[in-house]
Write a protein that binds this ligand. Structure first.
Ligand code: NDP
Ligand code: 2IT
Length: 452
């Protein structure tokens, strides 16, 4: 009976969302993991919560026309998926990447609902973005694009309505241009975006928060296994915001990160990643990792074209701890096998949905510490909410205050996932524990607020 409820809704989602593989993947992963809850409670089915929760409250798609440096008109598609506002204003990042489409943003928006709920804060779920590629564009082109994108988005957002932030391809520079345009159009200086620079409303520790938070989550997972971060060899994918501050926190705690990657290749440096060089190459020069290899003579660079089929070399270096921090579906089944075969004891996901379903299954089956994205990378959005709180109260907290709150929030998420997994008879399964804990709060709020 309970099984057939999930199956019925999954069938309906498949029928009404054809050609949206990432969205379907995210929906199936969450819904099937909730089955133990529906076996105990009928109120969710009685109130058609699943049928409602898989349907975004509002989806915006719009034209973004802008002029490049040569005076040519360029056109991109802009999106904002306002998925669920049961527990707070819509909240979630904006992604600028050529692969962006409705399926990817709906998967991200759907995940964001449960992630935001797990933080224990009052934030609903949303995601937005565009197929615009900031790579190779001048600052002036990025500015004109951001202004054109925000010209439409402005009418749909606000400090208590919907508060976007960064994600892939959107960092402090893009947030600045978008904030400026919002202010120009509305004359309102408000906390409408998070990830702002410090002098004009940003929060200390927001830049670091996703990476730091992920390492704090990993520490919690290791803690119940009587293990620590110190002395461990770590593999990280990606070399953007999340990857860089994962490397930084791991080094602070005495671990040795030995890999990073970007879309063109990866670095393996057995002596340990040089954080200063990484920040110079990625944050200052916005260059490829080939530049890192030029600057660090003992680093090995492997180009994507030399990767073994379906395998990412960063997951095959014998790391004890793994932190996927690039993009969705980057950890294949073969990668999971490589990690496990070489003694990996922990996978903690900085990226959103980085593991394919077969990889997730392999980690759960092996019984290693596996921190799913909704739990492990929630430190970013949680600290965004701390930025909103500072903006609303016109206060400014110190780095240590924000970092201390972040640490507590990550411990709270771990406890919720851990205790819920035990409650439903699958100790250590933070996929199920996290999904049920995140879902319950949103679903109960939806029931309380009536049919809509
Ligand atoms: P950045 O744009 O700063 O960095 C992204 C990194 O991932 C870059 O190294 C990029 O390489 C690589 N990458 C992106 N797409 C691909 C791809 N298709 N194949 C291979 N490599 C790729 O983004 P973030 O660090 O902010 O985001 C990384 C992940 O973390 C994403 O999944 C994001 O959704 C997630 N996340 C981010 C949060 C945040 O606060 N920023 C919060 C929670 C999750 P290249 O530069 O060559 O494209
Ligand atoms: O995926 C994510 O949680 C983010 N990109 C951060 C969202 C936010 O609103 O800070």
């Amino acid at each position: 009976m309970a099984n057939s409820y999930v199956q019925k809704v999954v069938r309906k989602v498949k029928k009404s969302n054809p050609h949206q593989p990432e969205f379907l993947q995210a929906v199936e992963e969450v819904l099937y993991s909730l089955e133990p809850l529906f076996a105990k409670e009928s109120k969710y089915q009685d109130n058609a919560i699943l049928e409602r929760i898989v349907e975004p409250e509002r989806q915006l798609q719009f034209r973004v026309a802008w002029t490049d440096d040569k005076g040519r008109i360029q056109v991109n598609t802009g999106y904002r998926i306002q998925f669920n506002s049961a527990i707070g204003p819509f909240k979630g990042g904006i992604r600028f990447h050529p692969s962006v489409n409705s399926s990817i943003l709906k998967f991200l928006g759907f995940e964001q609902i449960f992630k935001n709920s797990l933080t224990g804060l009052a934030i609903g779920g949303a995601k937005g973005g565009s197929d615009f590629d900031p790579k190779g564009k001048s600052d002036a082109e990025v500015m004109r694009f951001c202004q054109a994108f925000m010209t439409e988005l402005t009418r749909h957002i606000g400090a208590t309505i919907d508060v976007p932030a960064g994600d892939i391809g959107v960092g402090a520079r893009e947030i600045g241009y978008m904030f400026g345009q919002f202010k120009r159009l509305t004359t309102s200086f408000e906390g409408v975006l998070t990830g702002k620079a410090i002098p004009w409303g940003g929060s200390l520790a927001r830049t670091e928060a996703t990476g730091f938070g992920n390492v704090y989550f990993a520490e919690n997972m290791l803690g119940v296994r009587k293990e620590t971060i110190e002395g461990k060899t770590c593999a990280i994918s990606g070399s953007g915001n999340v990857a860089i501050y994962t490397v930084k926190k791991l080094q602070q705690l005495g671990a040795k990160p030995v890999t990073v990657s970007d879309s063109r290749g990866c670095i393996y440096q057995p002596s340990g990643i040089n954080l200063e060089v990484l920040q110079q190459v990625k944050e200052v020069e916005r260059a490829s990792l080939t530049r890192y290899a030029e600057l660090c003579k003992d680093a090995q660079y492997i180009s994507v074209k030399d990767y073994p089929k379906n395998q990412h070399p960063v997951w095959n270096v014998g790391a004890q701890l793994a932190f996927p921090s690039a993009t969705q579906n980057e950890v294949t089944e073969d990668d999971a096998k490589n990690l496990l075969a070489k003694g990996c004891i922990l996978v903690s996901e900085g990226a959103n949905m980085p593991s394919v379903p077969a990889a997730t299954e392999a980690f759960l089956k092996a019984g290693i510490a596996y921190g799913p994205a909704k739990c492990a990378n929630a430190g970013g959005v949680a600290t965004s909410q701390l930025e909103m709180a500072q903006n609303a109260s016109m206060q400014k907290w110190t780095f240590d205050e924000v970092d201390g709150k972040l640490k507590n929030i990550m411990a709270g998420i771990f406890k919720a996932a851990h205790d819920t997994a035990e409650e439903f008879g699958q100790p250590g399964n933070y996929v199920m524990g996290g999904n049920i804990a995140g879902f319950r709060k949103v679903a109960d709020s939806m029931i309380a607020q009536g049919v809509m």
